[in-house]
Design a protein around this ligand. Sequence first.
Ligand SMILES: Nc1nc2c(c(=O)[nH]1)N[C@H]1C(S)=C(S)[C@@H](COP(=O)(O)OP(=O)(O)OC[C@H]3O[C@@H](n4cnc5c(N)ncnc54)[C@H](O)[C@@H]3O)O[C@H]1N2
Ligand code: MOO
Length: 411
Amino acid sequence: MPEFLELMPPQEALAVWLRAMPEPRVGVERIPSAQALGRVTAEAVRSPEALPGFARSTVDGYAVQARSTHGASDTLPAYLELVGEVPMGAAPGFAVGLGQAAVIHTGGMLPQGADSVVMLELTQTARAGEIEIFKAVAAGENVLKAGEDVGIGEEVLGRGVRLDAAAIGGLMALGLTEVAAARKPLAAVLSSGDEVVPPDRAVRPGQVRDVNSYALAALVESCGGEARLYGIVPDRAEALRAALRRALDEADFVVITAGSSASARDLTAAVIRESGAPGVLVHGVNVRPGKPTILGVCDGKPVVGLPGNPVSALVIARLFVRPLVARLLGAVPGKPQAAVPARLSLNLASQAGREDWVPVRLRREAQGWAAEPIFYKSNLIFSLAHADGLVCIPPDATGLEVGAAVEVVLL
Ligand SMILES: Nc1nc2c(c(=O)[nH]1)N[C@H]1C(S)=C(S)[C@@H](COP(=O)(O)OP(=O)(O)OC[C@H]3O[C@@H](n4cnc5c(N)ncnc54)[C@H](O)[C@@H]3O)O[C@H]1N2
Ligand code: MOO
């Protein structure tokens, strides 16, 4: 059977495309740390202070000098003089000497002289002003040392790090209520096709609502980019040319859907080719779904032409748009996507030489997760909407057998 396109393996296609782009100039903006979830650091963050800022107890009990408890046991307790109670939120105004103890609460500041804390459960009050200790502690026991988390001037977050909940907590612990974040790259999303109408329209026979603009905008945003919709362009070269020109002028990169294949109305590749140098770098990727994918660069701006079928468009956007956004954000490369190991619940056939991405549902079984393939068609959006993840069948396999160990990349 003749093939319209020359197909390139996906990894090679991505490398060719990324190589043809200029080094990204990552914009920097200072944003409130409280709103920085999912954002990428544009500069390394150094700690202005030590954390914890002072030695703290990790338990409720008595601050002591470890030496004072030496040899203490159930049968031979150590008797220590009670010299005070550490207030929470303030420095204790006293010291603890040999043979002395002070009441301390979890998180309280160790008094001068104390080097450890005996847990409340291992003590007993015998007489007023005195406690009995039933177990010896070692120096440093039940104590967080000053600077144990981070030291002054230490790099706590590198450049290009995606901020998660813990990182935001860490920034707050240091009083860093603002952070330098990479500006979100702006994607211009263009849909094309005479049959495609906005989703708020009633459809006439032959028409379909625009799935791709919204699904792709959501995907771009989930990767840390910003998306602006450039509407639905009819199947006319001059209309697509004008829309692409405006998109290239305004956005950091352009995502066009449909018109990627081989029919007379498939204009995307030709229009990209004439809209800037070097134009189209890849047209056709050895992957299913998404074979007619187009990767281009127009005068420094990346352009991707995704297949019109919504499942293909989204799967391909994960393979190509996601790494593009990461690069434009200056994100540290090579971070894995969330995935779970599973056993395949059915045989899956695949063509040798082609990489296949199959939507699967995950089912919990006694020994772990079972991945149940969804027999999708690339136009049927709910075959992807009902999936929990994707399984990759590598190009050197002619399929995977029931029971095969697979990795499910979570959607
Ligand atoms: N003779 C061949 N025909 C096709 C081949 C092939 O190799 N030889 N490849 C098929 C594959 S695979 C794909 S994928 C599609 C690619 O199509 P295009 O990118 O050219 O897109 P269209 O033909 O315009 O649309 C395909 C399909 O998707 C629907 N569509 C388009 N845009 C949207 C949108 N924004 N929202 C929802 N649905 C959309 C469109 O109505 C079509 O049903 O080509 C195959 N054909
Ligand atoms: O590549 Mo098409 O995307 O298989 O449906």
